[in-house]
Ligand binder design. Structure first.
Ligand code: DOR
Ligand code: ZN
Ligand code: ZN
Length: 363
C-alpha cells in the first residue's frame, strides 16, 4: 500500500544550537520541506547572558538568522532541500522594535513560554496578559507575525497545567482577533474544545505524533520510560482520543508540529531527566499508522502538508513524498557510538513500524 502526499512541513521543531543539530537535522530535512525552528536554544556567549549563566535563547532576529545559516550550511553540505521557518523567543526584555526587526528579517513567528514551564523557559514571560506583553502582541498583530505559545501554567499540578492556562490563551485571542495564534502541542480534550469553540480562522493548534499515540501510562506504568517524557506531559486516554479526532477531522486549524526535542541520553536517563521526545525519525510513519487505524489516510495530506502552510500564509510545497507500508525497525540510538551517553534515543527505539517514507532509510 502506498500513500503519496504533498511534501509535508513540520510546524514545531527543536534542532538545538550545539552539536545535536548535526545529529538530528537530517531526520527532518530529508522528509519535510520546511520546519518551524524553535528558538529555546542555549547560545553560549550571548550578550544577554550573565556571569552566572553565560548564554541566552534566540531572542534577537540576528540569533534566528544565525541558526538559519547553520541549518542552511548543513543542508548544502548534504544536498538536503529544506527551509527553516524563523521564530524568535519572547522575553520580559523584548521590545516592539525587536518584533518589527524580526518581521523585516523574514521571521514568521514569536514563541512565548510562561516562565519556568519547559526546557530553557527560564527566559519566558511571567504574565502573558501584562500590559507590557500586550504591547508585544499588538506589534505581532501589526506585523503579521504568528503568536506561538507553550500553554501551561507554572506551579499548577502538572496534569492541570495546560487546562488552567487555556483561559489566558483565550483572552489573548479575544483581545487580538486579527493576530494569528497557535497553541502548541496540545495534550488535552479541553484544548481541542477550546480551539473548536473559538470559531475563528486565526487560531490553530499543533499536534505531535507522540501525543497521538500515547498516554501517561506509556511514561509511568510498569516502569519509568524517560524517553517518552515530554511537556506537556501525556494525559488520559480520552484526551488522546480527542487529539486523534481533531487531527483526522479535516478542520484546518489542527496541523502537524512534531515537537521533536532531542536530549543527550545521560540527560534523559537521570534522577531529574529532561522533557522531550526525539520523534523526527518516526514522525510520518507514526502519523500514517494512526490515520490508517482510523480510516483517515485521505486526510494525512491536509494535516501534515496543507493546513500548516495555509495558516502561516506560506506557499504549499511543490514536491511529494510517498509513504509505503513496509516494515522497518527503529534504531536503538543515533549519534557517536564511542560516546553512548551522548547519543540520542529516538522515539520508539528498537520497535518495528509498519510505514516508512520511500527512499529515506532511517533504520
Ligand atoms: O518536551 C518538551 N521538550 N517540551 C517543550 O516544550 C520543549 C522541548 C525541548 O526543547 O526539549
Ligand atoms: Zn513547548
Ligand atoms: Zn517545543
Amino acid at each position: 500500500m502506498n500513500l503519496t502526499i504533498r511534501r509535508p512541513d513540520d510546524m514545531h521543531c527543536h534542532f538545538r544550537w550545539d552539536d545535536r543539530l548535526k545529529t538530528v537535522l537530517g531526520f527532518t530535512a530529508r522528509v519535510f520541506g520546511r520546519g518551524l525552528d524553535m528558538p529555546n536554544w542555549k547560545i553560549p556567549g550571548h550578550p544577554w547572558g550573565t556571569e552566572k549563566s553565560p548564554w541566552a535563547p534566540g531572542v534577537r532576529a540576528q540569533d534566528v538568522l544565525e541558526h538559519r545559516a547553520m541549518i542552511q550550511a548543513l543542508c548544502e553540505e548534504h544536498g538536503w532541500d529544506f527551509e527553516p521557518i524563523g521564530c524568535i523567543y519572547i522575553t520580559e526584555e523584548t521590545d516592539t522594535a525587536m518584533i518589527e526587526e524580526a518581521a523585516r528579517a523574514g521571521i514568521k513567528a514569536c514563541k512565548t513560554f510562561f516562565r519556568g514551564v519547559s526546557t530553557n523557559s527560564g527566559w519566558g514571560v511571567r504574565d502573558p496578559l501584562s500590559v507590557g506583553h500586550q504591547r508585544l502582541l499588538s506589534a505581532m498583530q501589526a506585523h503579521g507575525l504568528v503568536n506561538s505559545m507553550h500553554v501551561e501554567k507554572p506551579g499548577v499540578f502538572i496534569l492541570d497545567a495546560e487546562r488552567e492556562a487555556l483561559s489566558v490563551f483565550e483572552r489573548i485571542v479575544k483581545t487580538f482577533p486579527a493576530l494569528r495564534s497557535v497553541i502548541e502541542h496540545i495534550s488535552t480534550a479541553d484544548a481541542v474544545r477550546m480551539v473548536m469553540n473559538l470559531e475563528t480562522p486565526n487560531v490553530a493548534a499543533t499536534i505531535t505524533p507522540h501525543h497521538l499515540l500515547m498516554t501517561l501510562d506509556d511514561v509511568l506504568s510498569g516502569g519509568i520510560r524517560p524517553h517518552n517524557y515530554c511537556m506537556p506531559v501525556l494525559k488520559r486516554p480520552e484526551d488522546r482520543e480527542a487529539l486523534i479526532q481533531a487531527a483526522i477531522s479535516g478542520d484546518r486549524r489542527f496541523f502537524f508540529g512534531s515537537d521533536t526535542a532531542p536530549h543527550e541520553r545521560h540527560t534523559k536517563e537521570s534522577s531529574c531527566g529532561c522533557a522531550g521526545v526525539f520523534c523526527a525519525p518516526v514522525a510520518m510513519p507514526v502519523v500514517a499508522a494512526v490515520f490508517e487505524h482510523y480510516g483517515a489516510l485521505d486526510r494525512v495530506n491536509w494535516f501534515t502538508s496543507e493546513s500548516g502552510p495555509e495558516f502561516y500564509d506560506l506557499p504549499l510545497n511543490e514536491g511529494t513524498i510517498t509513504l509505503v507500508k513496509r516494515p522497518w525497525r527503529v534504531r536503538a540510538s543515533y549519534g557517536d557510538p564511542e560516546h553512548p551517553e551522548k547519543c540520542i534515543i529516538p522515539y520508539l527505539a528498537g520497535e518495528e513500524l509498519a510505514w516508512q517514507v520511500e527512499g529515506v532509510d532511517f533504520s
